[in-house]
Every structure is written in structure tokens, then in C-alpha cells.
Design a protein around this ligand. Structure first.
Ligand code: G
Ligand code: G
Ligand code: NA
Ligand code: MN
Length: 251
């Protein structure tokens, strides 16, 4: 396929860039972290959305070198932010099933000089659909370094809850479909968010609501007790320079 061919060259042609979306504390509304989101401006095909090329990268395992670049670049750019601001990086199952994933993380931290405690890795429930022992071991190794792990898109996967006993996630990210539903007065969505928050609290995990697009949604999420909020209302994914400027203006 044409896109696959172009994607193979994307790294050496420096066509990938990272955007950063702020995550704020639900109470103070101050920025606690940024999520790195990869963007591809293909010389041959123009801008291509990650929804389109990430699945291709995963199928072809190109996500492994791309993911390594994302980790290195995100760590490097995060060193320019205030020390209390953390960086969250999405990690695909293919990356976690590489036995030397933890080494890749160590290299990214060492090369950038970023402290391990400032790095959060986001994984989805899909890692538990396969034999989870390799992935679990990778995650345990990076947690031993001081990194944290967040469970992304919670509630949209097909796996059981049993894995929550096995991996000490720092944060559960409530999928945006529940947030949008709750804002549209879906009693079911509200009930699900409330239940996830209660479950996370008893497991000593925090919660991030994804996809908050208005002040009303932010209020509702705050009332439901989510710890952190992410969404267009507090900031869209932005280039690194714009993320940096948020601190220059309001130190
Ligand atoms: O940024 P956007 O919402 O368009 O992202 C679409 C999808 O691509 C999301 O599911 C997101 O998690 C995924 N994605 C974005 N950046 C990365 C990345 O660096 N690595 C991986 N594995 N997935 C990413
Ligand atoms: O799968 P993951 O949660 O990593 O995907 C993040 C994606 O969600 C990014 O592509 C980002 O652009 C998108 N996103 C972030 N905030 C909002 C929002 O408030 N509304 C919508 N519709 N999408 C959002
Ligand atoms: Na994510
Ligand atoms: Mn998500």
C-alpha cells in the first residue's frame, strides 16, 4: 500500500511531529501534564490523521521504531517545561511485547535527562487480550524506574477487570464516549463515570475524564469526583512551542 511505503520513510524524512494536549487538575484547573499525540505531515500525501496511520503502523510493526522516536522526542521536549509538569506518552501493544521495551524507556530518559517520575505511559485494555505476561513484565520494569502507567480509553475494551488486580495503574482515563454521554443527560453514562471513580478510589488510582469540551461538562466531571480533566475546553493538542508558551505567560 502507498501509505505504508510513505510511512516507512516518515522517520528519516522527519515528517512526524508531536502535538501536546494539556491535562488539568479538576479542582485548581492548573496544568499537571501533557499528552503527546503524534502527527504526520507526509511530503507525498499531505497531513494524515493518526486515526488512519497508527493502525497501519501497528499492523506493519512500524509502530515500534515510531514509538521509540515518540518517546525520545516527548522526553526531550518535556525537559523544557516546569518540573512539576509531567508528560504522557501512548504506547501500543506491539511496543510492550518487545522484550527490551524497558531498555527503550531507559534510553529515552537518559538521553533527555528527564526524571523517570515525570513520565507516564498510556496503555489500553487491548494489551490484556493477548498473553499479558510480557506486557506486564515490561510495565513492572518501567514502574520500578519510577514511571507511572495510565489505563487509556477505559470502558471501551473487551477485556475483564481482573487485570486491575495485577497492574498498579496510577490513573484510569475515562473514555470520552462516557463524558459526552453524561453531558447529553445519559443517566447510564453518569452512573458509569460515578462507578469508575468509586472503583479507582478504592484501588488508590486517580481518574482523568477525556473529551471535556465545555464549562458545563467540566463542572459535571468535577462533581462526579474525577481527579483530572482533558479536552478541547482546556486545550487542544498544540505544537511544542505553544505548550511552552503556556508557562511563559503564566509562570
Ligand atoms: O490525536 P488523535 O485523537 O487524533 O489520535 C487518534 C488516535 O491515535 C488515538 O487513539 C491516540 O491514542 C493515537 N495516538 C496518537 N499519538 C500516538 C502515539 O504517539 N502512539 C500511539 N501508539 N498512538 C497514538
Ligand atoms: O485514544 P486517545 O485517548 O489517546 O486519543 C486521544 C484523542 O482524543 C486525540 O486524538 C485528541 O485529539 C482527541 N481529543 C482530545 N480531547 C478531545 C475533545 O475534547 N473532544 C474530542 N472530540 N476529541 C478530543
Ligand atoms: Na492516550
Ligand atoms: Mn484515550
Amino acid at each position: 500500500r502507498q501509505l505504508e511505503f510513505a510511512l516507512r520513510q516518515a522517520l528519516e524524512r522527519r515528517e512526524l511531529v508531536l502535538n501536546y494536549q494539556p491535562v488539568v487538575d479538576a479542582t485548581s484547573e492548573s496544568v499537571v501534564s501533557f499528552e503527546a499525540l503524534v502527527r504526520w505531515n507526509s511530503t507525498d500525501h499531505g497531513p494524515i490523521s493518526p486515526g488512519k496511520f497508527v493502525p497501519i503502523a501497528e499492523d506493519t510493526r512500524l509502530i515500534v521504531p515510531i514509538g521509540t522516536w515518540v518517546l525520545e522526542q516527548a522526553c526531550r521536549e518535556a525537559t523544557r517545561w516546569p518540573e512539576h509538569v509531567r508528560i504522557a506518552v501512548n504506547v501500543s501493544p506491539e511496543q510492550l511485547f518487545e522484550p527490551d521495551f524497558a531498555t527503550t524507556v531507559v534510553r529515552a530518559l537518559t538521553a533527555s535527562g528527564l526524571e523517570a517520575r515525570r513520565l507516564e505511559l498510556e496503555v489500553t485494555e487491548s494489551i490484556f487480550l493477548r498473553d499479558a505476561s510480557v506486557a506486564r513484565s515490561s510495565l513492572e520494569q518501567v514502574m520500578a524506574l519510577g514511571c507511572t502507567v495510565a489505563l487509556d480509553d477505559f470502558g471501551t475494551g473487551y477485556s475483564s477487570l481482573g487485570y486491575l488486580r495485577k497492574i498498579k495503574f496510577s490513573t484510569i482515563k475515562v473514555d470520552r464516549s462516557f463524558v459526552t454521554g453524561a453531558a447529553q443527560d445519559s443517566k447510564e453514562s453518569l452512573a458509569i463515570i460515578r462507578a469508575v471513580v468509586a472503583m479507582a478510589e478504592s484501588l488508590e488510582m486517580s481518574t482523568t475524564a477525556e473529551g471535556v469540551e465545555s464549562a458545563e461538562e467540566a463542572d459535571m466531571i468535577r462533581r462526579l469526583g474525577c481527579t483530572k480533566i482533558q479536552g478541547y475546553y482546556f486545550g487542544r493538542p498544540m505544537p511544542a512551542e505553544d505548550a511552552l508558551r503556556l508557562f511563559r505567560r503564566r509562570p
